[in-house]
Design a protein around this ligand. Structure first.
Ligand code: PLP
Length: 491
């Protein structure tokens, strides 16, 4: 199995065949594109039948070995077994089994169809990013030990990504995490989750500024290529291929758990921001998993919904990006979207490159086929099963209330966006699985607004705000940031 960039000419791809381990620690390809397998591995009906009996960890092993062909099977088996254990996913609800890792719950089974929730939110930080990041932590440690190397992860967070990265990398040999967050701008719960970590390889840096200041600092440091190389700086953002591929597993798991035979199909609705999660669903479908529809649910930041309704991809300016009550979906552009567009234009890298150059110069592109547009491939979107919908703050409040009244569980704001949109696309005979991407306790302010009472907290989180916190406060100053990193890496 080798990997190509979405922007690589076939000549350059042939010159630089990349294997899984080569792209594991990196982000963008050198040409600015994203990595994808040269072709998707396929699953057979016989494999699917055999996989129905597997544990989540065994299933993850079977799927990952199709992509990580340069890691010995025995090592991959150890890594997946260590990652997907009930001890890591112990935040399951009282009536769920943490051994299932991503338990399914049928919400309704009526004339409109079957609505199912798949909990991806039972990991250490109560959000689905744990599903992939936990594997990444173990893969990084393994790869770094193999090369006797080290890695310093440098990133900015406004909440979910940073904490998932820290919980995945804590205590890992060869890895340090330097995570910037805007000082006093995160919720008390999210701050406590990150800052209460006492591991010596985790460095929480509260920047005097807003999230954009943090991101600017990361960019400024990353643009200093000499510093970046000497300090062995890397990232774990959502375009990382290993993160995407780890997410493919729970689509298989959801399908196998919701069906009894491979003649059946299911659809998925995915609360979407950077298109990482639903891109994994698209990959599962391309591998031959019988997925009918893939529904992207957005909040008021509806870049993706706009594309899947009209064929126009129009990124937003920072000032046009709304701060919503489903904040992990507040994006101005969908950083993994290029992986799908490449497929949509028939794996034409030159075309993909031109379209994304136009994103940089003109803020987007238009594949609607209208006069003056950049192409007519929008007509082919249906072949890939994609649909979409949009949800607002009022929809979230109403959906959280309805789900609490009708099914007796409290869902978080992102999952509420998913359920609201899923209901618009249900079909009798095809179960609709909504991915639960976070637990409600993380977004309590909105739960209180919707229900007039606090969200339940999983055991161990009752008093998290009172734990001792370990962090430094720093001005938004690149020179001081670099000095701090160098001092703590010793490189
Ligand atoms: C990150 C995140 C999302 C969006 O996922 P993408 O892969 O960026 O589309 C949705 N919900 C929650 C809770 C998240 O943390």
């Amino acid at each position: 199995m080798h990997y190509v960039s979405t922007r690589a000419t076939s000549a350059s791809a042939a010159r630089n065949p990349q294997q899984f381990s080569d792209i594991l620690l990196g982000g963008l390809a050198p040409d600015g594109g994203l990595y994808l397998p040269a072709e998707y591995p396929q699953v057979t009906g016989a494999e699917l039948d055999a996989w129905r009996k597997l544990s989540y960890a065994e299933l993850a092993y079977e799927i990952l070995r199709k992509f990580a062909t340069d890691i010995p099977d025995a090592d991959l088996k150890t890594l997946t077994a260590r990652t997907y254990t009930p001890e890591v996913y112990r935040n399951a609800r009282a009536d769920e089994s943490s051994a299932d890792i991503t338990p399914l719950r049928v919400l309704e089974d009526g004339v409109q169809g079957k609505l199912v929730l798949q909990a991806l939110s039972n990991g250490p930080t109560l959000a689905f990013k744990d599903m992939a990041m936990q594997l990444l932590g173990n893969l990084f440690e393994y790869a770094l030990a193999r090369n006797d190397d080290e890695l310093n992860i440098f990133g900015a967070t406004s909440g979910d990504t940073g904490s998932a990265a820290e919980y995945a990398m804590r205590g890992k040999r060869g890895v340090r995490v330097f995570m910037l967050s805007p000082h006093k701008k995160m919720s008390a719960f999210q701050t406590a989750q990150m800052f209460s970590l006492q591991d010596p390889n985790i460095f929480n840096i509260a920047v005097e500024g807003v999230f954009d200041d943090c991101q600017d600092l990361v960019k400024a440091v990353s643009n200093d290529l000499e510093f970046k190389a000497r300090q062995k700086i890397g990232t774990v953002n959502s375009i990382n291929w290993a993160r995407v591929v780890a997410q493919v597993v729970y689509y298989f798991r959801g399908y196998l758990a919701a069906t009894t035979s491979n003649d059946q199909k299911v659809s998925f609705t995915v609360p979407s921001g950077n298109f990482g999660n639903i891109c994994a669903g698209h990959i599962a479908r391309m591998m031959g998993l019988p997925i009918d529809k893939l529904v992207a649910a957005t909040n008021e930041n509806d870049v993706l919904d706009e594309f899947f309704r009209t064929g126009v991809y129009r990124v937003r300016k920072p000032a046009e990006t709304f701060h919503t009550s489903s904040p992990s979906m507040d994006i101005s552009k969908a950083s993994n979207f290029e992986r799908f567009v490449y497929e949509l234009v028939g794996r034409d890298a030159e075309r993909t490159h031109a379209l994304f150059r136009k994103v940089d110069t003109h803020g987007g592109f238009d594949l609607s086929g209208a006069p003056g547009s950049d192409g007519d491939e929008f007509k082919d979107v249906a072949k890939f099963g994609f649909l979409s919908g949009r949800s607002t703050h009022l929809d979230r409040l109403a959906t959280i209330r309805d789900v609490a009244d009708d099914f007796g569980i409290t869902i978080d704001t992102h999952t509420a966006d998913g359920i609201k949109v899923a209901r618009e696309h249900m079909q009798p005979g095809v179960p609709m699985i909504v991915l639960e991407t976070a637990l409600a306790a993380k977004f309590n302010e909105t739960i209180l607004e919707a229900l007039g009472q606090d969200a339940e907290r999983p055991a161990g989180f009752e008093d998290i705000e009172s734990l001792p916190q370990r962090f430094v406060v720093m001005p938004a100053d690149v020179v001081r940031m670099k000095a701090y990193i160098a001092e703590h890496t010793g490189l």
